[in-house]
Write a protein of this length. Sequence first.
Length: 530
Amino acid sequence: MNNRTRTLLPLIIAVSLCVGVLIGYIISINSTKNIVSIARKSSFNKINTLLELINHNYVDTVDMNNLIEDAIPHILAQLDPHSVYISASDLQNVNEEMEGSFSGIGVQFNIQNDTVMIVAVIPNGPSEKLGILAGDRIVEVGDSTFTGSKITNETVLKTLRGKKGTQVKVGIKRNGDMLHYDITRGDIPINSVDISYMIEPATGYIKINTFSSRTYNEFRTAINKLQNSGASQLIIDLRGNPGGDMITVIEMVNELLPQNSLIVYTEGKNSPRKDFKARGNGKYQNMKIAVLIDEWSASASEIFAGAIQDNDRGTIIGRRSFGKGLVQSQIPFPDSSALRLTIARYYTPSGRSLQKRYTKGDDSNYENDIENRYLHGEFDVQDSIKQVDTLQFYTKNGRVVYGGGGVMPDIFVPRDTTKYSTYYNKLINYSHLYQFAFEYADRNRQMLKQYKNWQELTAYLETQELLNDLVKYAETKGVRKNIAGIRKSEQLINNLLNAYISRVLLGDDNFYPILNQTDATVQKALEVLK
């Protein structure tokens, strides 16, 4: 058996299984055949046979398509947590995330008081070109009212997104006036780099939210901009990044490592080991680097962090990453659905498999892993982590690193709970703080637009009695005033208020710089780089 055959074998088996499920019942049989003859066919396959028996002999009419759609996920659930079936209705959204774009009208929205509120208008998108503004309310679509309790995020996305070149008619309320627009949908990029800015002289900060086909170019553009502003060192923030395209992250790491440095390798029962090494043409090999991770940094984020750590190329700061070290291949079906089948594991240069433990056919512990880490105290005490991961590996320079369940940071930063209170948690968990910030910004939009950056806006906001107003607002929502909780969380609340108001008025570029001022992990990275 050649290498190609061995590589494709698990895919062939899986595809045969699922395609058999999809088409088995379609195979026509003579209506006079009895149940016994079906079961004794020489090309016996239990799944195909079962479906044929149900289709031709069951007492009632059965929707075979629905039966099959329900059965496939149960089959895959007996494998690993990341082998999944993607229905035709979901595949488009999945592909849009990977490709980094979709077709729509080009707005970011939020639902407030059963009304679609435009939070931001995407530059150069269809809506901006027509003069639609942040703060506008979409109250009509087509000839129908588009408000009420039945309006959900999913409803809005399905209504406003659509094929490029098609039109959607919207009615917008602005300052009491009704405006109508015929918007021609166009390609809208999904940016994977949330922000890049100079956080300190010589230090650039980049936050990456996913790895799509566009991320590599966004990453290079961001670093080039920062270098032109004087950056010689970088903070690369991968916290909350669930991963994405493996080839994209390999290209990104290639920009940072010297020639022949191993970035990652993959290997599986039917997939021979394949090494991915730096080509030596990276433009940023001499920049000092700190990479931030947390428990939601997964997959491609862990490839990035593991490669930097094992090559002693930078410092990993934060908390233990998620622990997804399985490689999936996506196999399309004729009905536009797809199978994502795990075909290999990936390993960091030191040989670590970062996949955390799982039990085939039982996802309960896997799904509760993050909660169990929290209960175990891992987010607060570094020593509790080593009780989980004891497998030792060695970096290029001989440093000990740990495997068996995510990337262990070089420098652990616990949750900053000193400013947390029950009162603060209620404001956050029920979105009262964000809703107040949005309503304040929207109500005062005309007056506040004179402030051109977060520094100017924050200076003004700090002269206002926003905290008192927030407390009164929260009381109308059922959150009772708590003096001790307010005092404990005052700095955190004020910082978030300023950040959210700035985001509504000025966008993400003026959001993260405010948050980072009190972010313990970012501040630790600045300390390390110095």
